[in-house]
Design a protein around this ligand. Sequence first.
Ligand code: BES
Ligand code: MN
Ligand code: ZN
Length: 496
Amino acid sequence: MHVHLDVADPLSRPAPLLVVAVPRGMRPEAGFLQRLDQAFSGAVSRVLDAGDLAGKAGGDVVLYGSGDGPERVALVSVGEVGAYDAEQVRRFVARGVRIAERLHVDAVSCWLDGFGAVADAELGQAAAEGAALAAWRFTELKKPPGDAPQVAVGEARFFSEGDTKAVEKGVAKGAVIAAAENFARTLQARPGNLATPSHLAAEAERVAAENGLAVTVFDEARLAKEGMNAILAVSQGSEEEARLIVLEHRGGAKGDAPLVLVGKGVTFDAGGISIKPAASMDEMKFDMSAGAAVIAAMQAVAQLGVKANVVGIVPSSENLPSGTALKPGDVIRTLAGKTVEVVNTDAEGRLLLADALAWGARMKPAAMVDCATLTGSVIIGLGHHAAAVLGTDDALVEELRAAGSRSGERCWPLPLWDEYREQLDSETADFMNVGGRPAGTITAACFLREFVGDVPWAHLDVAGTAWGDGKVPYQRKGGYGFPTRLLVEWVLSRVG
Ligand code: BES
Ligand code: MN
Ligand code: ZN
């Protein structure tokens, strides 16, 4: 998808489709809407008078032009005036892409003004993200339909009365971030037989080579040598070898404490011996979503030239039942030296993260953030509209909450009080890997906290937000790339 700003008047620029936001209650009595109404002989007024855009945000009406300007103009209702933020811009532009798809045109022009409170740079960024995210599709494994080939929307052209330089800068940044998130989605979409731990590692190596990142991949021999027995324990039931992927962006001064991102990379989670029910088990190919987001975020961090040292760590494994698999009751000695009684082999993500977080903590980070499709419990708590954020450092938790809100990939805090930790007490080991049904997201985070030492740390549980039916206009059914945008936004917030 090619995204760019155009400084011409959209009403005299030939285009197959121009989309224009119509806030609720707005009349074409001033500004661009008035000029548009005049160019279309009062058609905009007539649409509004008829009440055809009066429903909730998301409705649209298409007008057909006659002159040199746009062939079609889509009026899109976008909700309340004054309540706008960057997420509304993302969704508006994405709706424009969906309308273009519906009309089988391969380019969309968007009039971006009217989103009052959104600053120019954020406007351009959100527009580019909305367009490029909406246009993405996963085509690798399907032949194109024989008749009536689907039109892909390959270009988004933006028009704005804002500061051209600022909007353009935003567009360029948004394009990088959206391309990264789309890459995460592609990794998510690849099924477990293709996207194995070694495949993720190979993709990370490619991203590193193309973007100037340093990369190290630990195979099982190296994992054993380092003492990463928790990662190996999850992997021991599978024919596919585990990997630990470490990507490094050296954008800060040598010796500057890094920001460390850690992402769960379980390429298929059958549950192991504590096997999951068959229904929807196929969705567990998405259990590497957070790992994909970390690799993707590292790509964006490199392309944006972030002036900080940033490290991405992805422990990757399958979780399968077999004669060599980890068994309920087994006790493993983790990299940190703490022992874990594995009561349920389906709580495997926290085992992988235990060793990955302990490895990250050795880098003495300024802050460490992990993300994982860790618990079904977070879906009970927050549904599909926000990830949970929990951590040892309230300021860090607040940074992530704020970055989530700006990026449109929201997260919301849960407490991490010591009382919850008691649910992990074990008769035979330092603690168990599960703490029963109550507060499953919190006890999982309590488990992770055992491995971060005194590093300022926070955890994002993205089990409810990493994939789904595609309810938001810039998503489709399947992987969302979540939390790529959130991670990049947080890293950028740390460098000012
Ligand atoms: N990958 C799953 C979590 C998950 C479940 C993500 C549903 C998305 C949708 C994780 O490895 C898991 O199985 N968690 C268990 C933990 C339990 C055994 C304590 C869960 O949430 O049921
Ligand atoms: Mn599991
Ligand atoms: Zn899992």
